[in-house]
Design a protein around this ligand. Structure first.
Ligand SMILES: Cc1cc2nc3c(=O)[nH]c(=O)nc-3n(C[C@H](O)[C@H](O)[C@H](O)COP(=O)(O)OP(=O)(O)OC[C@H]3O[C@@H](n4cnc5c(N)ncnc54)[C@H](O)[C@@H]3O)c2cc1C
Length: 388
């Protein structure tokens, strides 16, 4: 008898692999629609995740839509004051920005997992498994779980994407971020964003009541020494150099046009759904998880599980369009020859700063912001970006 045949087998309608915001939202949506769902994560919750914990207006309204409650039931800090800098220059402050809510990810994620389990998903957290992509199925030592469809929300290093495509991300496009946590309350200082603290990225200082997160992040291929960039940034902000540094990849707009293969759908970071300018990923994770679950529900109702991937891909179109626009705009903001014009415009235009903040809040889209920038930037800059 082989290992596989010796194992007990349990059948589900859907396996969700990874229980971060994308997986938890997929499991909740599917369980609420009546599907039998297995929610698997190698970690037990609460678990930590390297993240600024910034919930934009977009993330809050998606939470609202998916969970039917105004705000996640975790400690949140509501902030509406931002200070912008670039290369030592003060670019201005905004004191009435659309709010950003700050949370601790270990609290948020544990709450989202709890909600999915309360909705009826079966708990396989704290268990690592081996994926059988042909099932799809997952071998969990003594147990094999099988389902007609699997949603993989196993993060930026997605072992599932590696199995399906040979690699989890494209090394030339992937982003990387480093963060330190400075203990102590500093809630009155504005949230600070520094363009230029990393190449094709930025630096941030997010003071909260329980500590301050300081970080730099950008396209890895453009930042051969991200540690040195963090050191320079911390020096400039007068932050002690001996704080422990943590690092993680982030997909930064490098999304998979077809988010999965066969009867396996990828969601969240595993599908590359992170904003290439702001690094925001929680909103797209929640959204894509729920959309994947809806596509699964429809395909199973029709009796055609293999149709789920196409339906899911179609439903991701608005997110993909936004990420494409953001990648275009990123050329304008970060390309060395164009950066001075962007920084000048940003410093001189309250409207542009406000639009950037509205974008972070999910109150406007990249397409609209691009229209405003066309009006402000020299024609050469626009032609360089749009390729016209
Ligand atoms: C430094 C940094 C700062 C950031 N700040 C922000 C911010 O302020 N706001 C924001 O919106 N976004 C931010 N992001 C992005 C955000 O953290 C991610 O986009 C978001 O966590 C994606 O959610 P997810 O569910 O796709 O993946 P994750 O949250 O990474 O969850 C993936 C899950 O899969 C599990 N897993 C992995 N492998 C396996 C396996 N083999 N078997 C079982 N389980 C597995 C993991 O344990 C994990 O629980 C930041 C990212 C970084 C790196």
């Amino acid at each position: 008898m082989t290992d596989a045949t010796a194992r007990r087998i349990e059948h589900f309608d859907l396996i969700v692999l990874g229980a971060g915001p994308a997986g938890a939202s997929a499991a909740l949506t599917a369980a609420r629609s009546g599907l039998r769902v297995a929610l698997v994560d190698k970690a037990r919750f609460p678990r930590d995740k390297l993240c600024g914990g910034g919930l934009t207006g977009r993330a809050i309204s998606l939470y609202n839509r998916i969970y039917g409650a105004p705000l996640p039931p975790v400690p949140l800090e509501r902030r509406d004051n931002f200070a912008f800098h670039a290369f030592g220059q003060d670019l201005g402050e905004s004191t009435d920005a659309p709010p950003l809510h700050l949370c601790m990810r270990f609290e948020l994620d544990a709450t989202l997992v709890r909600a999915a389990l309360d909705a009826g998903a079966t708990d396989f957290t704290g268990r690592a498994g081996i994926l059988d992509p042909d099932g799809p199925a997952l071998d969990l030592s003594d147990l094999r779980i099988e389902a007609p469809l699997l949603i993989a929300a196993d993060g930026v290093n997605s072992p599932t994407a590696r199995t399906l495509f040979g690699s989890a991300y494209d090394k030339a496009q992937i982003g990387f971020a480093l963060e330190v946590e400075r203990p102590g309350a500093d809630p009155d200082r504005p949230l600070r964003i520094d363009f230029g603290a990393a190449d094709w990225g930025y630096g941030w200082q997010f003071p909260k009541t329980r500590g301050t997160t300081i970080g730099v992040g950008g396209v890895l291929a453009r930042n051969t020494d991200m540690k040195a960039a963090l050191r320079r940034y911390m020096d400039a902000l007068d932050i002690p150099a001996d704080l422990p540094v943590k690092g993680q990849f982030l997909p930064f707009g490098d999304f998979r046009p077809t988010p999965g293969k066969g009867r396996i759908l990828l969601a969240g970071d595993a599908a590359g759904l992170v904003d290439p300018i702001t690094g925001e990923g929680i909103a797209h994770a929640l959204d894509s998880g729920a959309l994947a679950a809806k596509a699964v529900r429809q395909a199973l109702t029709k009796g055609t599980p293999e149709s789920a991937l196409y339906a899911y891909k179609e439903s991701l179109r608005p997110i993909h369009r936004g990420l494409r626009h953001a990648r275009l705009l990123r050329n304008l903001m970060f390309r060395e020859s164009l950066r001075p014009a962007f920084i000048r415009s940003f410093r001189n235009s309250r409207t542009l700063r406000r639009e950037y903040l509205r974008l972070m809040a999910g109150e406007t889209e990249y397409g609209a912001l691009m229209q405003k920038m066309i009006a402000r930037l020299p024609g050469f800059a626009w032609r360089a970006v749009s390729g016209t």
